[in-house]
Design a protein around this ligand. Structure first.
Ligand code: SAM
Length: 284
């Protein structure tokens, strides 16, 4: 039945769906690419997929074609609702549509616990990182996998390791919760309208619960201080954190086996976690 839908380009024309830059709208109208993204999330037969920002519905169609048991899309721009409804009408009740701001929707509660949840999205550039941080810090972690398209630089910052210039706060936070891998890059020319930068798809698989680092808030604080002055040695950049928590900087770093002269990009993710865990308690 999905094959009976008009092409995405026709849908865009039919409903006059011009891109609104304020909402980060750059559409993927080439179903070869949306199919490739959906394949990364396989198997989907048993899963409930949350798709953020479906726009005219290219990835939505691919997720349904790939056999997702249920897809719930969350779209802020009501202009897309008729095109999404057309897909819902031929989806055997497998598509539900939420009109709203995905930053405010409690996805875990909305989708329930009946099926494993996967998140798939070609994310709006302006809020993509914020959404990822929300999902990484969700308690409980309600999702089983996320397949997400970001601006290429952001994708690199999620998967980077020590020594890589892209390694920083986002890598440490993401890799403290998930195994993260870069799947493929998508040139700007594949989007309509083309953005100024290229994109890339990242796959995030949550680590087993007992291996996920629990205190992302404090880990964020430490990595922010360390990478906020990434050329500085840790004895300088982490001084304010030590002061805030009433620690001797030398003792704190020493306890974690870290040289005060090291720079943040040399530290493994586990070293940042250790710095975080060795802070005894929150300040009064
Ligand atoms: N998935 C479509 C595609 O690949 O062609 C559209 C992707 S476009 C980069 C981002 C989409 O996210 C747009 O449809 C936009 O309206 C929507 N969007 C932007 N901010 C949003 C938010 N906070 N909550 C839900 N959707 C949002």
């Amino acid at each position: 039945m999905l094959d009976k839908l008009p092409s995405l380009s026709e849908t865009v024309r039919q409903y006059g769906l011009g891109a609104n830059k304020r909402l980060g709208q750059h559409f993927l109208l080439d179903m070869n690419i949306t199919d490739k993204i959906a394949r990364l999330a396989l198997p989907l037969e048993d899963c409930h997929v949350a798709e953020i920002g479906p726009g005219p519905g290219g990835l939505t169609r691919s997720l349904l074609k790939s056999g997702a048991a249920v897809v719930t899309v969350i779209e802020m721009d009501e202009r897309f609702l008729p095109a999404l409804k057309d897909i819902a009408d031929v989806s055997d009740n497998r598509l539900s549509i939420i009109k709203g701001d995905a930053l405010k929707v409690d996805i875990g509660t909305q989708l329930g616990t009946e099926r494993p949840i996967k998140i798939a999205a070609n994310l709006p550039y302006n809020v993509g990182t914020k959404m990822l941080i929300n999902w990484l810090t969700a308690d409980p972690l309600f999702w089983q996998q996320a397949v997400l398209m970001f601006q290429k630089e952001v994708a690199f910052r999620i998967v980077a390791g020590p020594g890589d210039p892209n390694y920083g706060r986002l890598a440490v936070l993401s890799q403290s919760v998930c195994e993260c891998r870069l799947a493929f890059e998508v040139p700007a020319s594949c989007f309509s309208p083309p953005p100024k930068v290229d994109s890339a798809v990242v796959v995030l698989d949550p680590l087993p619960a007992d291996q996920r680092f629990p205190n992302l808030k404090r880990l964020g604080e430490i990595t922010q201080a360390a990478f906020g002055q990434r050329r500085k040695m840790l004895r300088k950049s982490l001084k304010p954190v030590a002061t805030k928590y009433g620690l001797s900087l030398e003792d704190w770093l020493g306890e974690c086996g870290i040289e005060p002269t090291q720079r943040p990009e040399a530290l493994e993710v586990e070293a940042f976690q250790k710095l975080c865990s060795s802070i005894p308690q929150a300040p009064a």
